[in-house]
Design a protein around this ligand. Sequence first.
Ligand code: GDP
Ligand code: MG
Length: 675
Amino acid sequence: MSTKALSAPRVAAIVGPYLSGKTSLLEALLSHAGAIGRKGSVRDGNSVGDASPDSRERGMSTEMNVATVDYLDETWTFIDCPGSIELAQEALNALMISDAAVVCVDADQAKAVAVGGLLRQLDDNDIPHMIFINKMDVAEKHVRETLEALQAVSAHPLVLREIPIRDGDAVTGHVDLVSERAFRWVEGKPSELIELPEQVRDRESEARAEMLESLADFDDQLLESLLEDVIPSSDEVYAKMSAPLKDNKIVPVFFGSALHDHGIRRLLKALRHEAPDARATAARLGVGTKTQPLARVFKTVHAGHAGKLSYVRVWSGEIADGMTLNGERVGGVQRILGTKMEKLAKAEAGMVASLGRLEKAATGDVLAAEADAEGGLWSAPLTPLFSLAVRAHNRRDEVKLSVALSKLLDEDPSLTAELNQDTGEYLLSGQGEVHLKIALDRFRTKFGIDVSGDRPQVPYKETIRKGTSIHARHKKQSGGHGEFGDVHVDIKPLPRGSGFQFSDTITGGVVPKQYIPAVEDGVKEYMARGPLGFPVVDVAVVLTDGQYHNVDSSEMAFRKAAQQAMREGMPECQPVLLEPICEVVIALPRDFTSNVQRLVSGRRGHILGFDAKAGWDGWDEVKVMMPQSEMHDLIIELRSLTQGLGTYSWRFDHLQELVGKEADQVVGGRSHAAQ
Ligand SMILES: Nc1nc2c(ncn2[C@@H]2O[C@H](COP(=O)(O)OP(=O)(O)O)[C@@H](O)[C@H]2O)c(=O)[nH]1
Ligand SMILES: [Mg+2]
């Protein structure tokens, strides 16, 4: 650790589409800032980021990579976030504690526009962001065209901060539009200052004027100068960059190559001079402004022998090793560089640190010494969109499975788990197939348990269409005490949604009072599995008559008599299958709305109505009714129809009769599985 006094630490999240080069950009930033001696690469599998077995195996970031580095006189933490839409929660959690985001996009404009959903999310949360157009070494199009494509999906003006210098088709350097200085890129080294090449002079003045005009929209003083043809100095312009960025009114745009270290210093300098500081971010989020220790947990890691680690950003005060937060003792404060940890005595306001052994702390928690700490805004967990029924391969692992599961949920708040009472299955739910596959792999790599994930069963129910009256007698004569219970019951259908009702019309004690609850119990036990094999609903049962025996009658005998009555009576009542129907609200960019009809009718659904999505320019919301059995992979098809942007929310709405071939298949499948 260096001992020099550092100004308040800052945090930047690196976000962007999958494969745009975020993890490579992190490596380049760390190498430029001097945090790592030799630069590693994603391709060679020796980068600081993506060190876990599951990300190395997949060649993609499966969780955020956090790295803190001292750059000049400041401490910076960079958080490289996974790009997959299915891991959006992880990215959002990092963004919520960041001062700014660097949006890394591919120079190929067809790939670059995939960033639209992310830009919207940044705007929704008012997170200041800049764009880094990566892979300029292999770019086939001009920066201008990529910029236009990006502008079409950005709510705020993009402000190009540099222009490329070309040698033939290849980009060999850039001109900084504020300082008007030209740089030639040198592989693996800082760029070299060169004289402004003749061929870019015109383009440079034009681009600089455009940049100043964009800024002047938010700065009356600058507007006046421009109208009077007074050209502001570089220092004046630099000074005007940070305010509109902090307020998320403009989006500065840089470019370069993470792989070849081009444009990295320019990006770092822009962050250093223009990104808001921790105090501004705390104010934006509404974090209480006390001086006592207060931090937000944005990531939880169960790190084998190192135990549980809570990654926090400290918003106020200092967090020292051994201090008590939320009633627990902090067991170690560490600075994070990927998977490497460096012990610290304390973490000061603005810093990101890993806190050890806070067993009760969960991702999203506010940690504080006092009870009423105001932690400010935090992201709501995303609604689960895809579920699998999970099961340990080996029965002996079942106990281990539930422990592992709770740790997994700790690490990833967008995973949920629940036992479905109807089907008896353990459902793991998340944002999509890839998200859940990663979770299943972690059971194996982190906890040594092999688990399978299968398509969950649909919680079908059954009911009856007509009623019946039935008499049943349970009688057993075997030495000593016998068993005797005799009941007459009426079974009747009830309207949808009524559930189960039991009553009696017994008079004169033909069934003694103390045995009536036993009759109800027997009926209820039967209801767990009707003639078609499913839980029975919307049925009324009335006990109308019966007989008893002084010696042989018992609760057990009446329970059995009731079950027998149901077993014999129910098949006469025209049993019918009920399937759960859900109300689904699909949100998608308007360009794709016309595809929804086909998507919905292909899944036996019907559309209730269309509407513009409130607050989402250019998006629609389509309200739909759809059988739950058709929803398992809905998100997969929806994403493939909408370039990954579409999403939905849902809730159970009602049960509906299912007849014909589809019903036969369901009943056939279930009775087969039950044998
Ligand atoms: N040509 C070129 N390839 C790059 C550049 N940056 C990253 N890549 C490659 O793009 C791929 C994805 O990079 P990665 O950093 O894992 O992307 P991420 O998914 O955004 O984290 C890897 O094969 C990188 O080597 C670049 O500037 N130029
Ligand atoms: Mg990555």
